[in-house]
Design a protein around this ligand. Structure first.
Ligand SMILES: C[S@@+](CC[C@H](N)C(=O)[O-])C[C@H]1O[C@@H](n2cnc3c(N)ncnc32)[C@H](O)[C@@H]1O
Length: 429
């Protein structure tokens, strides 16, 4: 889909240049809605004058990126990765950082802080929280403010983490505030296009950088730049943990790929790598083919309910799981959007179908499936999916926020559906 007005493209170009965030066709309708919201907040009426101000006012550009980026996150997202940190990464770091040396961890692209607090709770459980320096950064100052407040609603606990919630939070009505002993985190605004601030890399670099579900919003060139900067910030022997659906890293980073039950985790070799030497095998094609990566991600990323899905015999258990099921369906939609951005429509369609298997009332899943099917050439199936999605949207008022659509309203999504219909009509049979 092209931009509905060229000014949107020009504004998006400013964001790409400054923050690396890419705007493939699948994301443009959402981006336009976000730009319009930010334009209203800036009390501007014309896109052209707003763009001129954006080019001159860095604070305004930062406010816009906070609207545009998708801060989807929750506590202990991808349980298997946290287990790998507990059983593989932390023991390795502690062994290398002997004595009282501090452990240094960075949650890069932490959104509203759930990932960083999950790490801190885990560290506390393992007895390492007092000797760890945990930094958490995001480009969105709004998200960082939320993270610093440390107060969350039920949505942030959508994975079944009641035990952590009872132990590590103080409840006030319908919200939970992180307990003081888990607040030892330095939250900062930081753009991953820039080198990590000197203050935070001082001390020899990080033992662990967790940068999950961030690079998938970047174009290839930007992924490379961000990946180099992250690796530069790693201590020798330090670990880099990404999400199974993040884009593959460039070969020349010289990272080791360690295959764990949670998928691949990268590690900077403890000794200096001589660039002319043969590099370690690339993680993705050698160890885990992309389809399998999708499966690993599907099973690991969403916690218990996903294991249920994997075991087909447990379908009834999945259906009975109530709100948890609905939540996971949304996560599958997000995954599908990631595949669309990566030009992998078949995988996107599979993820959207998984979402619908769990929750047929999720309008955004039908729309995502429609787009994926159109891109695979399945035109009539795409039309059917689109009709179902459009019918579900009709039940909403235009201003209603639609579940699983990152805050987009029913009106916005109806426009998406209309645009998709146009593309389908124009698509070859
Ligand atoms: C989907 S959230 C991921 C949150 C968390 N890491 C997780 O996996 O649950 C992506 C985050 O990346 C942030 N982001 C996007 N571009 C960025 C950039 N250039 N620098 C730093 N953060 C960025 C967004 O603001 C958003 O909060």
């Amino acid at each position: 889909m092209s931009w509905s007005e060229p000014e949107f493209g020009a504004i998006a170009g400013l964001l790409t240049a400054e923050f690396g965030v890419a705007f493939p066709p699948a994301r443009r309708v959402f981006a336009e809605a976000a730009i319009r919201r930010a334009l209203g907040l800036a009390r501007e009426h014309s896109l052209a004058s707003y763009r001129e101000r954006l080019a001159a006012e860095p604070a305004l550009l930062r406010a816009l990126i906070a609207e545009v980026t998708i801060g989807e996150t929750y506590f202990f997202r991808d349980a298997a990765q946290f287990e790998a940190i507990r059983t593989i990464v932390l023991p390795d770091i502690v062994q290398r950082r002997s004595g009282d040396a501090r452990l240094r961890i960075w949650s890069a692209g932490c959104s509203t802080g759930e990932e960083a607090y999950s790490l801190m709770m885990l560290l506390h459980d393992c007895g390492f929280s007092q000797r760890t320096m945990l930094f958490a950064t995001d480009v969105s100052s709004t998200s960082i403010e939320v993270a610093r407040r440390g107060q969350y609603g039920a949505w942030s606990f959508r994975r079944d983490v009641a035990d952590w919630r009872e132990r590590c939070f103080v409840r006030t009505g319908k919200r939970w505030t992180i307990a003081p002993e888990h607040r030892r985190i330095a939250f900062m605004v930081h753009n991953l296009m820039q080198p990590a601030p000197a203050g935070i890399v001082a001390g020899g670099g990080f033992d662990l950088i967790v940068c999950r579900n961030v690079l998938l919003y970047f174009d290839r060139k930007t992924v490379e730049r961000a990946a180099h900067l992250l690796v530069d910030a790693l201590a020798p022997g330090g670990w880099l943990l990404m999400s199974p659906t993040d884009p593959p890293l460039p070969n020349e980073l010289g990272l080791e790929s360690v295959l764990t039950p949670a998928g691949i985790i990268f590690r900077r070799p403890a000794e200096t790598v001589v660039v002319a030497q043969p590099l370690p095998p690339r993680a993705e094609p050698v160890a885990v083919p992309r389809q399998a990566r999708d499966d690993i991600g599907s099973h690991h990323d969403m916690g218990a309910a996903h294991h249920d899905i994997g075991a087909r015999g447990d379908v009834h258990a999945v259906r009975r799981a109530g709100s948890r099921v609905r939540v996971d369906a949304e996560a599958y939609v997000e995954r599908a959007l990631g595949f669309l951005d990566a030009s992998q429509p078949h995988q996107a369609a599979a993820s959207a179908r998984r979402a619908l298997f769990l929750d047929r009332s999720l309008a955004v899943a039908h729309l995502t499936l429609a787009r994926a099917l159109r891109l695979t050439g399945s035109r009539s199936a795409a039309q059917r999916a689109l009709r179902r999605g459009a019918a579900l949207l009709e039940a909403h008022a235009p201003d209603d926020a639609v579940r699983g659509a990152g805050g987009a309203s029913a009106g916005t999504l109806s426009a998406v559906a209309a645009a998709e219909f146009e593309l389908l009509v124009g698509a070859p049979s």
